[in-house]
Design a protein around this ligand. Sequence first.
Ligand code: CA
Length: 359
Amino acid sequence: MDRRSVIKNAGIAGILAAGAAPAVHAQATVRWRLSSSFPKALDTIHGAADVFAKAVKNMTGGKFEISVHAAGEITPPFGVVDAVQQGSIEIAHTAPYYFFGKNDVFALGCSIPFGLNSRQMTAWMYEGNGLKLMREFYAKYNIISFPGGNTGSQMGGWYRKEIKSVADMKGLKFRVGGFAGKVIERMGGVPQNIPGGEIYTALEKGTIDAAEWVGPYDDQKLGFNKVAPFYYYPGWWEGGPQLDFFINQKAFEALPAEYKAIVEAAAATAHTDMQAKYDARNPAALKELVAKGTKLRPFTNDVMALAFKESMALYEELNDKNPDWKKIYADFSKFRAEQNLWFRFTEAKFDTFMQAQKL
Ligand code: CA
């Protein structure tokens, strides 16, 4: 019964006689702990968890508070799925592809090489079958997922030496986010899965030859330009990687209905906010990096062509051996084909024209 019908049925006099306004909502006090996989210094990617927690707090009048903990504070950056699954924390903010070692399907909820761009990924999630299919999969880990940001297309990373052809990929010790390492490996490289906060030291010491993180704004903050001169593009393994809020299913189910709706709305706010931050902040950072001596280089055609070929071969192999992958990738790849057919007539043509103009 909503407020209006309470008033209609009881009458104002009746309510006043009862001595109280009608109780409309259960205002439960809830406290959750959120573990991020990212360092606090990154106001973009770590910031999405802050945006989410603040929105939840504001929408509940301070009744539902989520404390946000940076990578390593309460959970190791790559330990968050285990922690949510076991219920030792209620919620995590992470890049699902870090967990491809559990099952390669985690990558489909985040990014695979030559996958979807940011717009397309959001469309697959909210309007296609993406969210439904990924939630069915994450349920095996006691997780319910909410899209929680996208970086947009990323850069291809920082290299101590130039990559002039595929031959230079051989033996390259490359920090690359999660699942993409499988393709790097097939190209002859040696992928390293290192959390964001630990990349700089590894690159500085030379224990790795190259590293990618996100794009100019984050990368400059992490200082990679100081230890590697060549900055490659595009990040073909991350055309539009999505971050997620992973919530323990029992913790979510225990929430009042209003709080469930608030969690969903707050996550959607964070999802939009992160992409806006990256798009707004990357251009100035790229100019600053180039002014400080960073050398921009496109990946050569042979590198791109081999990467594409190896990616598609990998997906075929996964189709053969992983039924979950086969089911979800079939939907993902159909959606990808339709999106590219549409975008070629619209964004691709418009963007290319605009980028060639003197503005
Ligand atoms: Ca990346």
